[in-house]
Write a protein of this length. Structure first.
Ligand SMILES: [Fe+2]
Ligand SMILES: [Fe+2]
Length: 328
């Protein structure tokens, strides 16, 4: 039976990279490995690792979670290698025993020739990092999920109606651009997530909770961008972001127009909307400058954006409280 040698190895990680070393001696000279070495009698694997890295790389490491114990038969011995995630706590890694070293991205570990036992460690790291990215990969924000999240913060009727106005207008803008209406509606639904609770600090209480709730960072960015120049410095860049920036204020004027009419939004035409748009005293709180700035970013006329929004909101007249009482 082969003699078993108990060793430890450190997968030293810095962000998305791990530290690989090239062996400068022995049968496996020039092959790559994770640094480490033999466990001395009386040592725990962790203690051995701290000592080995101090001896080999002149740095102090913090030993983190256990990764795997690799069991491997080399021709002359059986290797039992405990591997741990590590981070450098003090000092710079210096090569006291190895002939070379490299930081390798977690996604591209196979660019060096690993020792046979270390290949098994690489396989396990690949498995773990894949699971990590799977767990972090945000799901598409559905309208249902956006409504649930919004309901945890927004309870006032007029704010819920505003969220719905923007949501339906966004859905129509998505159809105009050939994008996914439900996704755009979800963003519209959630855009004023923190406004009721923090009117004076609007959008300052949005990023962290939404990211923690698993909302895609790109979606959070889109939400933040509707406050560009007002309460955030996130400039709208995509069609989605520019649309949100524009329809946020624009739907307010549409709603006010529709409320004045016997048949509500049912027979509201862009012509009537434009008249009210130009009358700055009408729905004075809706900032025309912002709407025009948004349209300029979109490269569209106000009347064309308004037509799209009206079409998007009209089928939901009842829910939005703008169905009027008369027939259209
Ligand atoms: Fe807002
Ligand atoms: Fe808003």
């Amino acid at each position: 039976m082969l003699k078993t040698i108990k060793v430890v190895a450190a997968v030293i990680r810095d962000g998305g990279q791990v530290f690989a070393t090239q062996r400068g001696y022995g049968d496996y000279k020039d092959w790559w490995e994770f640094p480490g070495g033999k466990i001395e009698p009386g040592e725990s694997p962790q203690q051995a690792l701290v000592r080995e890295i101090r001896e080999e790389l002149a740095a102090e490491v913090e030993v983190g979670p256990f990764i795997i114990t690799v069991e491997y038969d080399y021709p002359k011995f059986h290797l039992s290698m405990d591997c741990f995630w590590c981070t450098v706590k003090e000092g710079h890694l210096q090569l006291l025993e190895h002939e070379a070293a490299k930081w390798l991205p977690l996604g591209d570990l196979r660019q060096v020739a690993w020792l046979p036992a270390d290949v098994l460690v690489v396989e396990e790291i690949e498995r773990q990092t894949e699971a990590e990215t799977q767990a972090r990969r945000p799901e598409m924000l559905t309208l249902q999920r956006a409504k649930e999240l919004n309901a945890t913060m927004v309870t006032e009727d007029h704010l819920i109606v505003h969220a719905l106005n923007v949501s339906y207008a966004m859905g129509a803008m998505a159809r105009h651009f050939g994008e996914d209406p439900e996704h755009w509606e979800a963003i519209g639904m959630l855009h004023d997530y923190d406004y009721q609770q923090y009117p004076e600090e609007h959008l300052k209480h949005t990023e962290k909770p939404l990211l923690e709730a698993g909302v895609d960072p790109a979606d959070v960015r889109a939400i933040l961008s509707h406050g560009w120049g007002i309460c955030t410095d996130v400039e709208p860049q995509t069609d989605l972001e520019k649309s949100l920036f524009t329809v946020d204020e624009l739907t307010g004027i549409i709603q006010a127009c529709a409320r004045m009419r016997p048949a509500g939004i049912k027979d509201l035409e862009v012509k009537s909307f434009m008249k009210k748009f130009k009358d700055k005293r009408f729905a004075a709180k809706c900032d025309r400058e912002l709407i025009l700035k948004g349209c300029e970013m979109l490269g569209m006329d106000v009347k064309d954006v308004a037509a799209i929004c009206i079409e998007g909101m009209r089928p939901h007249a009842e829910e939005l409280g703008i169905a009027g009482t008369a027939e259209a």
